[in-house]
Design a protein around this ligand. Sequence first.
Ligand code: UT7
Length: 355
Amino acid sequence: MVACVTIGQLVLKEGAPVTSLRSRVIGLGSFLPPRVVTNDDLAQIMDTSDEWIVQRTGIKERRWVEGVTSTSDLAVEASRRALDSAGLTPEDLDMIFLATISPDHFFPGSGVFLQTKLGLAGIPAIDVRQQCTGFIYALSMADQYIRTGSARKILVVGAEVHSKGLDKSTNGRDITVLFGDGAGAVVLEAMEVNNPQLDSHLLSTHLYTDGAHAEDLWVPAVSTAYDEQIVDQRMLDRGDQYPKMNGRQVFVHAVKRMPEAVEIALEHNGYQIDDVDLFVFHQANLRINEAVAHRLGAPEEKVFNTIEKYANTTAATIPIGLDEAVKAGRLQPGMLVALAAFGGGFTWGSALLRW
Ligand code: UT7
């Protein structure tokens, strides 16, 4: 059974929206660790090849952190850049959302480490664990606080350090070649929307989950679901600490669910596919995004990809994509931008923004 939350519709069903307050992106930033790991580099440590990886996924290289760098270290760099671009200091923030599946520690959430590294104390720092859809979930949650007038400025971050959690032997090659490290962040500000057709704002988010597929893409341990210890030697011997994936299942569902989520967002807001100026999809596999664009009838030139350079950075992918699209001049004020993601859980969702 598919669970569905159509946030925008919930507001509309009740008649007038709670307020005319909407979220606007006023700051954007990303941070990629400097160490580049090419497909040829991976072929030195496992049985794979540049040809296989490029042909199946479109990935040419990814970034990996070095030394003690953690997820919150990447997050704080992206956050500072987003705050700088908004002309704000951390003290201006009311809340922080950090989406990640590669936290600094088992608990507390990495948002608290990010908060401290930003020199803050007191404001809520919330971790979101929705895998590749994490940023869209976090954006949606932040938007609810803004729509209700509960917060005026919110930092929403996606950050991942995958490289320390991958099986770098040939056993893990199906997954290890796909993932990279990185972080991206936006600052949202509450604003009154007078002209929904023109004013820059987040129009809607649509979120979905189907937990029946949880074990098609997951890290089994550390875990409270086994025996008495969250981790023991048997789990480590089995490699339960590494991600496991049913790649075909993920592929099949991703190419179906992302177009659905975009179509629902467009229908909900009264737009057609041709009205969209830019699509920023999650970056797991170039072939997935080509199939998604094809199903939607979206022209290639309107789809912005970063997968060649950064691979799959999970929750960080969409804000990194937005930042790169702005830097490349592909995303400009006034454009209608559609975001969609799909990932472990399975979770998926979309967001529509007037930039
Ligand atoms: O956000 C969600 C994250 N994940 C995804 O979106 C992944 C979705 N799935 C995919 O992108 C694709 O399923 C993959 C790219 C992961 C795999 O492509 P595939 O065409 O489904 O390949 P496969 O898993 O069927 O494997 C084909 C062959 C196998 O060898 P045999 O059994 O045919 O001899 C694999 O062992 O390719 C082999 N293989 C590799 N060979 C070289 C798997 N990984 C590698 C590798 N290098 N890295």
